[in-house]
Design a protein around this ligand. Sequence first.
Ligand code: ADP
Ligand code: ADP
Length: 219
Amino acid sequence: MLRLENIGKTYPSGTQALAHLTLSVRPAEILAVVGGSGCGKSTLLRLIAGLDRPSAGRVDLDGEAITAPHPAVGVVFQEPRLLAWLTVAQNIGFGIAHLPRAERAARVELALQRIGLAAHGERWPRELSGGQAQRVALARALIAQPRVLLLDEPFSALDAFTRADLQEHLLALWEDTRPTLVLVTHDIDEALLLADRIVVMQPNPGRVASLVSVELPRP
Ligand code: ADP
Ligand code: ADP
């Protein structure tokens, strides 16, 4: 269980991005976080990722406080951020270099299949389309079998057709290990399609506590 308890975040500039935010996300739950620009969505993800620390409250995963980047928490950003000097397969396997070679190779091969790039493992990132590159980023994040995967506007740079394709690939990859997903998106259709629950963040940080939460039936 991912739990945020009474989180506040005030930047050194004095901007209060979050206040009194309490939220729990169950194992295997897909939570979409929507809200206007500047309401603190990216701040929230950075705190869960351990990339920044809250000014008040705590973030914990299965009872353990997250205060620094944690191997059980993966992140995918809007841009794929692939390593240009590694092949597609090497990029995907990058985070599991500690595993025995045969297991690593098997996981990379399965991931390549899941993202429809089984024949592209030896390509270079620069040879991929934007959608293909983002599929590789998803595979790279999920291959380490994180307990929580954070997605910050992962498809918003892509056209509608490519976005739909990516949403399907995300669900196919997610099914293998069913981590908790926290998806930040501007796209309400995407939230409705993918999420079990949607929380709407209020634009005024003082009112973040009044998260509106909508449960969706899983088909
Ligand atoms: P969103 O992702 O919903 O657009 P952010 O979390 O990026 O919102 O930003 C929330 C608020 O915090 C905004 O007012 C933003 O300007 C401010 N903010 C975000 N990052 C920083 C930072 N590193 N330093 C100071 N203020 C920041
Ligand atoms: P080959 O000799 O067949 O090219 P490699 O050692 O390059 O074998 O790769 C074997 C498997 O391990 C491949 O599936 C590849 O994606 C993965 N892999 C290669 N390099 C790394 C790395 N630095 N970190 C993690 N996985 C890697």
